[in-house]
Design a protein around this ligand. Sequence first.
Ligand code: 1HN
Length: 347
Amino acid sequence: MDAQPTQTPERAAYYDKIAPGNLAPLWENLKALVTPEPVSPCQPFRWRYAEVREHLMEAGRLITAKEAERRVLMLENPGLRGQASVTHSLYAGLQLILPGEVAPAHRHTQSALRFVIEGDGAYTAVDGEKTLMREGDFVITPNWTWHDHGNDSDRPMVWLDGLDIPLVRLLDASFAETWPEDRQPLSRPVGDSPARFGEGLLPIDWRPDAKTSPVFNYPYERSRAALEKLRETRDWDPCHGLKLRYINPASGDWAMPTIGTCLQLLPKGFTSAPYQSTDGTVYTAVEGAGRVTIGNETFDFGAKDVFVVPSWHRLQFDVDEDTVLFSYSDRPVQEKLDLWRERRGNA
Ligand code: 1HN
């Protein structure tokens, strides 16, 4: 099982002979293809927000949001440079919209999430409805929905974009269209979706026509309050502290079909038990500070920093303050394919 086949001159000559016919011997590749545990080219990495922010503000002087279509610095995994990938399946970027700017309307088959890092009051419009965004809000652009962003506030707005770009590329399923004008027409008032879908109620005859949650803004104020209330029970998970997943209220499933999103609280002084899972995960801290060990690398992090934990890398937190982490991964996809696994502690 462990030994690779022996290399011989005859075999090498044979491989050369069959190569022009687009043929290759499985037996020379089997061990690398079917590994006993996940082997990922992704590497652990942490981006310090203060450093990326400087580059982003410089980009703000180099190009407008309109010319760029989306003024984003991609967070590329150091093991996947040039592939617009933060993990093998997912993309991350930091997007800047300056006061008065518009990022013009388009739609695509890739699903997107926005997690607001800085600013207050810029909007995104999704299929005819605007939502205003504040720090810590988790906002969804479901696949194939028209979306444009604008900043009518007086401060720069920065958010973390998470998309399933590499996954859609793997499946060769990308379609995109642009709207003829910068802004799409609005057909519903601000607050319409939260009223219809975000209050534990649903319109009587409404049936979902898509897998993505019809709630497209999960305000931080409410998610944070939930965590704060739950801490009273001291029901800390040794690996996760207190961890909640964002759901689609119409199905109870993850809020997005391809990207799983969570918000968790680690109390001041908490050291987590080691944890591994097959879903490479992107994290950003909303509040707090501490250290994260990913595989055999330790990074310190503070609020607004972003870090990536590749598949099956041992993850451990050690925090100095109450720390709130937002995270996203491809876990919904892996679960549906019966591929997702986790390992808790050193078991
Ligand atoms: C996109 O549409 C947005 O709408 C952001 O803000 C990042 C990266 C790749 C492809 C489409 C957005 C994107 C994107």
